[in-house]
Design a protein around this ligand. Structure first.
Ligand code: HEC
Ligand code: HEC
Length: 390
């Protein structure tokens, strides 16, 4: 029965588009989206007017792509739809899982034609940064541009237009023939036309809507004027970890830390914990398959929700998934090596010497306790960021 209806709809859509001025409004009226999607279209979830704390000031939303509930809803459907891959087996959400802060627990993720080259990135608070270039090596010039790159990647979703792959126009034709898309594009943009630009706008809006500000850190930050002040809701250990994270180290002239904090915030800048756009690499210069050198990784996702409130990691860390837990991360920064790395950030090699932070166990424990305060709760479970498919 369903098959028959779909057939009839395709006939309907095809006959409409033979006409020079297709009457898409009829198509909209004839389709009951609730047959396909778990979304209440009478009352769309709030993506556009979510509360953002006053101390959050960084925002990479371009003026021509402000979030609307309709466009972000389309983005949600696209994000969870495996029709976006050439063999219908992989969606954005295969590698960006809500339960892991929209990252992945595997070192590398599986695309339709093999494994990704780098570790999948968490997508929480991607909107709230000055850095507006995306991917570990910043090769996407905007979030909009980024969103259709995995679709056009041979390994990931397979519409590359190369090596016998179909291309993005084939995907657009494919989506145009899926019952719900002409309707959703019409709801979002006023007409049912599907284009790469519209897909980019919708996916970027959905990703920018994924925000997390219900952490213990936020509860404390709202009570003070700046990150330097002790937070009244923090334990002594969490406040100590915060100081260490924010204060710059004092080094002797051979790169040994003799005083001060650990200098993390010079690159991971609170209160957004976004990466400094001028950061060079942090000394993690391997490749995920262990075969080569990758000096160009100078971006990290926000350190918010790097671990969950209970301390569980949202997947391994760094572009190669080099560290499974925060202790390994701290050990990495504790004893920096040069290893022929000519793109190591100068902040990590004072006077040319790779830094030795000489952290005590108490200091490591405190920084980890602090990083746990950056985790929210709602973003892992809120239905508006979950699959809309039944
Ligand atoms: C097969 C796994 C896979 C699929 C499918 C996938 N991604 Fe990713 N995603 C990754 C990996 C791996 C990276 C990091 C790649 C790199 O930097 O080289 C990444 C990076 C990103 C980033 C950059 C985040 C940042 O902070 O710079 C965004 C945004 C993103 N993906 C969104 C999407 C969207 C939207 C889709 C669907 C259209 C998608 N991804 C599909 C694995 C995947
Ligand atoms: C000079 C800038 C810089 C400083 C200082 C710095 N980091 Fe980083 N950090 C980076 C970059 C760049 C990456 C991404 C590295 C990669 O994946 O190759 C990163 C990655 C990370 C990650 C992994 C993020 C992820 O999504 O996998 C954690 C956790 C982290 N840093 C914590 C810290 C802590 C804690 C400190 C202080 C002890 C610190 N960083 C100091 C630049 C810096």
């Amino acid at each position: 029965m369903k098959g028959l209806c779909i057939l009839l709809l395709i006939v309907l859509i095809t006959s409409c588009s033979n006409d020079n001025s297709p009457d898409y409004v009829n198509v909209t009226e004839d389709i009951d989206l609730s047959n396909f999607l778990n979304i209440n279209f009478q009352e769309l979830p709030n993506y556009s007017a979510q509360e953002i704390p006053a101390y959050i000031t960084k925002d990479n939303t371009p003026p021509n792509n402000q979030i609307t509930d309709e466009i972000a809803t389309l983005g949600r459907v696209l994000f969870y739809d495996s029709n976006l891959s050439a063999d219908n087996s992989v969606s954005c959400s295969s590698c960006h899982k809500q339960e892991f802060a929209f990252g992945d627990t595997f070192n590398v993720s599986s695309g339709i034609n093999g494994s990704t080259v780098r570790h999948s990135m968490r997508l929480i608070n991607a909107r709230f940064s000055i850095e507006d270039k995306f991917f570990w090596n910043e090769r996407a010039n905007s979030l909009e541009q980024q969103t259709t790159m995995p679709i056009q990647d041979h390994l990931e979703m397979g519409f590359s237009g190369e090596d016998g792959d179909q291309d993005i126009n084939n995907l657009i034709a494919k989506l145009s023939a899926i019952e719900y898309y002409p309707v959703l594009f019409e709801l979002a943009f006023g007409t049912s036309d599907i284009s790469e630009e519209r897909m980019q706008r919708a996916l970027a809006q959905f990703v920018r809507s994924i925000q997390s500000f219900d952490s213990k850190y936020d509860a404390g930050r709202a009570l003070v004027n700046n990150d330097g002040q002790p937070f009244p809701n923090f334990s002594q250990q969490e406040n100590m970890g915060k100081q260490l994270f924010f204060q710059p180290p004092v080094f002797d002239n051979t790169g040994n830390r003799i005083n001060g904090g650990l200098g993390c915030a010079a690159c991971h800048r609170g209160p957004e914990f976004d990466i400094d756009p001028n950061s060079l690499n942090n000394g993690t210069i391997g490749t995920a398959d262990g075969s080569g050198i990758d000096l160009g990784v100078t971006r990290a996702p926000s350190l918010r929700d790097v671990v969950k409130q209970n301390g569980e990691s949202n997947g391994p860390f760094m572009h190669i998934g080099a560290s499974n837990n925060l202790i390994t991360v701290l050990n990495h920064y504790n004893e920096m090596n040069l290893n022929g790395n000519n793109n190591l950030d100068p902040r990590l090699r004072p006077n040319g010497n790779p830094q030795q932070l000489n952290m005590t166990q108490d200091e490591k424990d405190a920084v980890i306790a602090f990083l746990r305060t950056l985790a929210g709760a709602n973003v892992y479970i809120d239905e508006k960021w979950s699959t809309p498919f039944q």
